[in-house]
Each structure stands twice: as C-alpha cells, then as structure tokens.
Design a protein around this ligand. Structure first.
Ligand code: NCD
Ligand code: ZN
Length: 345
C-alpha cells in the first residue's frame, strides 16, 4: 500500500484567478483541493476596486465554477484593491458586497501595480485603513517598495518599517504581509502583535535567486517578491513548519500565458495551482514535518481570518511518482517536466 496523507480541504489565502478564458483554465485546480481561496483584485482590464466590482468578479468566478464538469465545494473570498483614492465610503460598500479584505500593492512593484499605493501615511489613506479596521476587514499587503537605487532583492526589507508603523497605528486591524521572502520579514512578523500574520508560497519554500538567474534565465521562476538567498529560504521553511499560527498558506498562484513569460520583458508570477498540495507535501516531508502540513494549509489561515474550518470533504495525497506536464492549457506550471512524489487522488 502506498503511503497516504489525508488533509482537511485547503484555504489558499492568495490566488490570482484572472478573468475570462484564463479564469476557466486555472480555477479548477484550486477548486479541486481548496475549500476557499482569496481572489486577488489585480485583474485587467477591470480591476476590483468597488463593491460593484466585487459583485461582478464573484459572479464571474461562480459562473466558471458552475460550468465545470465536476462539482466542487469551493468558495471564493473576495477582496478590493486599495489605491490612493480608495475612500472609507468605498470600503463600506465593498464590505457590504462581501469583500473580506483590501489589498495594497505599492506602486510599481509587481504585475498590474501601475496604479498602486504611493503613500502609506497620509491622513486620507489612514481614514481608509481605519474604516477597514472598523468593518473587520483584513489589510493584505504586498510588502515591497520600489525606491531609487534599491535592488529588487532589498525591496521587501525596506518595506518593513512601514509594516511596523501600520501595525502600531492600527492595533485592531488584521494585517497580512503577503508572500514573505526574507528572514527579516519572518522575524518582523514573529515579533509584531497578534494582529499581524504572513502568508508563505510553495515556490518561495523551494527556490532561491539561483533558480531564477543562476543557471540560465528561468522565466517561469520569475516572480515578485524575487526568491532570495538560502538563509532566507531556510527561515521560510522553518516558519511554515513551526506551527506558529502567524504563518499560513497563500500560494500566490499567478498564471500568465507562456508567451507573456517567455519574452523580452516577461511577466512576474509562478503558476503553482496545479501542483500546490503535492509540492507542499514534499517540502514538509523533507524536514520531517508532514504532520504539520494541515495546520499550515487548512487551519491557521482560517483562524486568522476568523472563519470556521472547512468541514466535510477532505483531500488525499498518495505517494506515487508522476511527471508534471510541460504546459497546462496556455500556461507553464511550476515544476513543469519534473518528477513529484505525491499525487492528488
Ligand atoms: C502577481 C501577478 O501575476 O498578478 N505576480 C507575482 O509575481 N507574484 C502579482 C503579485 O502578487 O505580486
Ligand atoms: Zn499575488
């Protein structure tokens, strides 16, 4: 008999489901193993900024779910993007429309952040954060800053003072530092109060900068924040497998069609949805912490968001080697063409 892992359905607290054809292509993977997924708002041409946008995007996702041949018990959790012009009134409407969180992209740090937030500490945006705090909405932050004479590798570290200031100013606002990539970020989150948590991706648990540019340029590993040094990756693995409830899964699965990645100015984002629980199982197994996987994937995120745990359906991983396809639909998945040890049954 092959070894098996049985897990409560996952909560993936950071997903890019996109829209239109790509949405239909990518959503079934997450829906297969997750009970819920945070739908990131950086869609184009229509970004998710208002209550009306939330209603529209949820409708798109639900329609895509309805069209799938298999029925999944999957619930999208909706977000809005917080820009310089996001007002407390917009927050109230978005909350009423069902948004559980607001997402901040600092200007220019990642895919579709061309209208990202410029200023974290003016009075207007503070009112908006206060409105989120009062409504019980979470603040999800892409924690990087694009400053002059600052390398991409330092962008997360130079954001940390801003995180500290926000956590101090809004002690009742739940803040998630998304896709942490450095030991420094892990340490900051650990030391801050219980209102601050972090998501960790599967690919940041696997990659270093070497895997992006060290052996030929590998565009399918290119993402923001950039994978960093070995010591940073060690810190992420330690945090994810530590059973500290401040660290939970947010895959940042970020599909881009192959031709948008393999070109002169390739888009940032790693498409992990088709291999997510399988890769996580490998990582946790490699440090002999498989027994801690479920808390990371299916408990701590829900608890931080104040949601009940997913009940009912479960997922099963079976230890059987398989090879990840070179391409799935229009997108090259993480670990394409390589062997994985665990299969979703
Ligand atoms: C994400 C995307 O493609 O939307 N890209 C990425 O590199 N992670 C945006 C993001 O989460 O930064
Ligand atoms: Zn993302």
């Amino acid at each position: 008999m092959n070894e098996k892992i049985i897990l409560r359905r996952l909560d993936d607290m950071h997903c890019h489901f996109r829209t239109d054809l790509l949405l239909k292509e990518v959503l079934p993977f997450t829906a297969q193993y997750a009970g819920r997924g945070i739908a990131m708002p950086n869609t184009r041409p229509r970004a998710i900024l208002t209550g009306d946008d939330v209603v529209w995007y949820r409708g798109e996702i639900k329609r895509a779910l309805d069209e799938m041949p298999d029925r999944y018990s999957f619930e999208p959790l909706m977000t809005v993007e917080i820009r310089d012009n996001t007002t407390p009134q917009m927050i109230a409407k978005a909350h009423h429309a069902g948004a559980v969180a607001g997402k901040v992209y600092p200007l220019g740090v990642t895919t579709n952040s061309d209208e990202g937030l410029r200023d974290f500490d003016n009075e207007r945006i503070s009112e908006t954060f206060r409105a989120m705090q009062d409504a019980g909405m979470l603040l999800l932050i892409h924690g990087e800053l694009d400053r002059e004479r600052t390398l991409v590798m330092k962008r997360e570290e130079i954001f940390l003072p801003t995180l500290l200031a926000l956590a101090d100013k809004f002690p009742n606002l739940k803040i998630v530092l998304e896709h942490v990539s450095t030991r420094a970020a892990v340490e900051s989150v650990r030391q801050l109060g219980n209102n601050v948590a972090a998501t960790i991706t599967a690919h940041h648990l696997c990659l270093t900068l070497n895997d992006v540019v060290g052996y030929g340029i590998q565009p399918h590993h290119g993402c923001m924040p950039m994978p960093k040094d070995f010591d940073d990756r060690d810190a992420l693995i330690a945090a994810a497998t530590s059973e500290n409830p401040k660290f939970f899964l947010g895959s940042d699965t970020a599909p881009h069609p192959r031709e948008k990645k393999e070109c002169a100015k390739g888009a940032c984002g790693v498409y992990t949805a088709p291999v997510l629980p399988q890769v996580l199982a490998e990582v946790f197994e490699s440090v002999k912490r498989l027994n801690r996987l479920e808390n990371f994937t299916s408990r701590f995120g829900a608890e931080f968001y104040g949601l009940p745990l997913n009940e009912g359906a479960i997922i099963t991983l079976v230890k059987t080697e398989w090879v990840v396809p070179e391409q799935i639909g229009s997108v090259v998945p993480f670990r394409a063409g390589t062997k994985l040890q665990w299969q979703l049954s």
